[in-house]
Design a protein around this ligand. Structure first.
Ligand code: TYD
Ligand code: MG
Length: 459
């Protein structure tokens, strides 16, 4: 016998309660809670059944060393940058979720990759958001040759599953999961219940038929993937596609990856005929001009070093408290670096407005950028250009001491590759292997004062 009960589910974070609230207690979102009916079985739970069973359970587990090694033949996505983020290609039978803001280019990226994969294997593109004609229009923009890519414009989960069962493609694309819906549920497409049910059904068929599924998902206004967290737990990899609305470059990042490293970065450029790969992204983020307030750093995104420019502008303030704004860097890091500079170098920065930006719209979260930020600030404050061809790497401690950051070697290699002349790094690393390179001067310093004296040509 079953009895129907109501639960209340937040459409923003997926939290469940037994009572209706105007505001979600978990994520704080207003008017996001809706009622869902569930059938609660009044039978004994499986747990009580198993515990009361008298027969012995059959022996099923085995030592891990006896378990067979599985050889994974990854499917190349057609793009090296995409493969890098996936960890070498798509794993058969895996689910990959690609999230991003509307209009950023998710459908374009996946359509291009699906087209490339369709040269070698069967690929099905399920367009739930757009009509087949709209997808064809986009496809005409990016590719003009023949392709075996199968296209199905459908939003009904049942028909989608039937087609997957019939065609059994090696790869299938769902664009997007929020637009699919299961007729058996009363809630509207995109609601937590729909997303949960649709993704669970897709996962089952993907694992059973060994289909790699590329699922496109939307993000909410805070940049979180829309739909329940359960979706992120269910899939094998979560990638985000992001970029500046005003710039053409797009970044593909791995947030979760069961088959590869996370925080890997792939760089693309949106052009009139689709996305093209950027294999030397340092070119994108360097302004190649010299002026007071510009410094160059090397940051690491996953295993990938990127040389980028930091720009600072300091002006005497005309407000009672100075303005501090940042683009691409956390504001608290700026406050901290300003405080350290003020104390250690006796600069009266508290009477200056400070604006800080990363060139090219990139977000730099790691502390390795600290020294470069400090150099840009002091350079703008003193109105002196930094020496040409100089790169900064290092984290600044509160007492003004410099600390090494991870992956120093990769960063120094990138500096060498790009042909810079000088690099200032924290003390404490053996760099003999790099010192054979006559063109790069490596300067090791232990605190911020020393570093800036070198950088500003002893002024
Ligand atoms: P789209 O892939 O539809 O974005 P999403 O699926 O993430 O919503 O991309 C839409 C944007 O990309 C749109 O503003 C137009 C632009 N675009 C190009 O600049 N060049 C192209 O070749 C294509 C296909 C799209
Ligand atoms: Mg789209």
């Amino acid at each position: 016998m079953s009895r129907s009960v109501s639960i209340y589910v937040c459409q923003s974070c997926g939290a469940q309660t037994r009572q209706f609230f105007g505001r979600c207690n978990n994520c704080g979102e207003w008017n996001s809670i809706i009622e869902e009916k569930i059938n609660q079985k009044t039978d004994k739970s499986i747990y009580t059944k198993i515990n009361s069973a008298t027969e012995k359970s059959p022996y099923r587990s085995e030592p891990i060393s006896h378990t067979k090694n599985q050889i994974i033949n990854r499917i190349p996505s057609g793009y090296k940058e995409f493969d890098r983020v996936l960890g070498g290609g798509l794993v058969p039978g895996s689910l990959v979720l690609v999230g991003g803001e509307p209009g950023i280019g998710k459908s374009t990226l996946i359509l291009q990759s699906a087209t490339a994969m369709a040269h070698e294997r069967s690929v099905l593109y399920i367009a739930a958001e757009e009509s087949a004609e709209q997808v064809k229009l986009r496809w005409n923009r990016i590719e003009n040759s023949q392709s075996n890519l199968h296209l199905l414009a459908e939003t009904d989960l049942e028909l989608v599953i039937k087609e997957l069962n019939y065609l059994k493609p090696a790869v299938a694309v769902i664009d997007s999961i929020q637009a699919l819906h299961d007729q058996n549920l009363s809630s509207s497409p995109g609601s937590v219940a729909q997303v949960r049910e649709c993704s669970a059904a897709l996962q089952q068929i993907a694992k059973r038929e060994n289909i790699s599924l590329l699922i496109i998902g939307h993000v909410t206004k805070d940049g979180m993937l829309a739909g329940p967290k359960v979706l992120e737990h269910l899939v094998d990899a979560v990638l985000t596609f992001e970029g500046d609305k005003f710039a053409t470059h797009r970044l593909l990042r791995g947030v979760k990856n069961r088959f590869g490293a996370t925080s890997e970065l792939g760089v693309f450029d949106m052009q009139t005929n689709g996305l093209s790969e950027v294999s030397n992204p340092s070119d994108l983020f360097l302004s190649k001009t010299s002026a007071p307030g510009i410094s160059t750093i090397v940051t690491c995104e996953g295993t990938r070093p990127l040389a980028i420019d930091i720009q600072a502008l300091l002006n005497p303030t005309s407000y009672s408290s100075p303005r501090r704004t940042t683009t691409g860097i956390e504001i608290n890091r700026l406050h901290q670096i300003l405080a350290v500079l003020e104390k250690n170098m006796n600069l009266s920065l508290s009477r200056y407005d400070c604006y800080l930006a990363v060139a090219g719209g990139l977000e730099v979260e790691e502390p390795g950028a600290d020294l470069g930020i400090a150099a840009a600030i002091v350079s703008s404050f003193k109105n002196i250009e930094l020496e040409e061809g100089i790169v900064f790497i290092g984290e600044i401690g509160l007492a003004g001491q410099l600390r090494l950051v991870r992956q120093m070697r990769q960063r120094i290699n990138e500096v060498t590759r790009l042909g810079y002349k000088k690099i200032i790094i924290p003390d404490g690393i053996h760099t003999n292997e790099f010192e054979t390179n006559q063109n790069l001067e490596i300067i090791k310093v232990s605190n911020i004062n020393q570093a800036l004296i070198v950088a500003l040509n002893n002024i």
